[in-house]
Design a protein around this ligand. Structure first.
Ligand SMILES: *Cc1c(COP(=O)(O)O)cnc(C)c1O
Length: 388
């Protein structure tokens, strides 16, 4: 009997170690891991460069309070601002915390502008922004909020991809629009470029802040550092997490100087957020991702993977409905429930994970080898062939 609470539906499999794209189970089986902790291990398992960086830092200092200057955090924030739209960063420990901070920033921003009633955030209905009280109500999903009242107020919703629904939901109390450029949990649904451009435009017109949740699709996952960069727009606030620590828990809110100016001393804090050990992991991950050609290679591998998956779709049009996603954030939308398909992939030693809308989510490490993608393709084709 497990002493852990039953809030997860765990698969009956445990691992003793990992290396790159592979995981080794305690029963001695080798799996190609295209889950990677749900887009967390950007550089795969046991990456030597990451191990060295963490080891080196572990011998110096793990944790100091944010009451002091933390050079490792300064360094990571510099890297992030140098390469992106952002001019200022707040570090947290998880995605939901980064979203919570973003919500606080938006409210505080308009409060200081003398518009305290402009405090509502417009989100996509049935989106995913985390599991804290505020973030489940931001998601607006019945399944996630049931039994957890009283409701955290301040969130309105519009239908995914429906511009009229978005426009009609905006009031003079709307302070921000928050959305994922690519919905991860929601089924790897890419927001079209025209839609993101239109959202940016209406935000400018109505003096609304834009929060783009890049917790899953950010940090190189889409083939660009941020997924929204594909549509050449800019955001005001961008929460990130998952991929930035390469397996070490880090969350962060990136923002413009204008927005950041409202977060004066004492307005927000975190005991662990931005500690030296976590920051050493983040710095090491970015050293690799910002290397010349790294993201080009993600795009190249993505194109190859995508082309091969579409060939399988063409050969099995009754099983695969759609190949979705960008970069190495890939979704196979099936005609039927995806759990049996995922189980069969696992039986053939390929690990994938579900997302909404009958979607099989495929998340290789960003430094995956083409030969490993080829193995996955063969397994997916085999499962389609034997699928009944
Ligand atoms: C995973 C995720 C979160 C929540 O991150 P946690 O670290 O689990 O709190 C928020 N937004 C998106 C888009 C996510 O994929």
């Amino acid at each position: 009997m497990s002493a852990l609470a039953k809030n997860y539906n765990r698969r009956k499999i445990a691992f003793k170690r990992g290396k790159g794209s592979y995981l080794y189970s305690i029963n001695g089986k080798k799996y190609l891991d295209f889950v990677q902790g749900i887009a967390v291990n950007s550089l795969g398992h046991a990456n030597p460069y990451l191990i060295r960086a963490i080891n080196k830092q572990a011998k110096k200092v793990w944790h100091v309070s944010n009451a002091f200057i933390i050079p490792e955090a300064e360094k990571l924030a510099k890297k992030l601002t140098k390469k992106t739209f952002a001019e200022s960063v707040i570090f947290q420990n998880s995605g939901a915390e980064a979203i919570e901070a973003a919500i606080k920033i938006v409210r505080r921003y308009f409060y200081l502008k003398g518009q305290p009633k402009k405090n509502r955030i417009l989100c996509v209905k049935n989106s995913f922004h985390g599991r804290t009280l505020a973030t489940i109500y931001a998601s607006g999903s019945k399944k996630m909020t049931e039994g957890f009242g009283p409701k955290v107020s301040g969130f309105d919703h519009f239908q995914f991809g429906n511009y009229l629904s978005l426009k009609n939901a905006i009031t003079n109390k709307t302070a921000a629009i928050m959305m994922e450029p690519i919905m991860g949990e929601g089924g790897i649904k890419v927001v079209p470029e025209w839609f993101l451009k239109a959202v940016r435009k209406i935000c400018n017109q109505k003096k609304i802040l834009l929060i783009l949740d890049e917790v899953q699709c950010g940090v190189g996952r889409s083939g660009k550092f941020f997924a929204f960069e594909h549509s050449k727009i800019k955001s005001d606030i961008v929460p990130i997490a998952k991929g930035i620590g390469g397996g070490f828990p880090i969350g962060a809110v990136l923002m413009t100087k204008k927005v950041a100016s409202c977060m004066t001393a004492g307005t927000h804090g975190s005991t662990f957020g931005g500690n030296p050990l976590a920051m050493s992991a983040g710095n090491a991950v970015l050293d690799q991702i910002f290397k010349k050609g790294f993201l080009k290679n993600v795009q190249k591998n993505s194109d190859f993977f995508n082309k091969e998956l579409n060939k399988i779709k063409k050969d099995y049009p009754k099983i695969i409905k759609d190949v979705r996603g960008k970069g190495l954030l890939i979704g196979l939308k099936l005609f039927h429930d995806q759990s049996k398909f995922i189980k069969k992939l696992e039986y053939n030693r390929l690990l994938t994970i579900r997302a909404s809308e009958n979607t099989v989510r495929i998340l290789p490490p960003l430094n995956v080898k083409k030969s490993e993608i080829n193995i996955a393709i063969q397994i997916i084709r085999k499962v389609c062939k034997e699928y009944k």
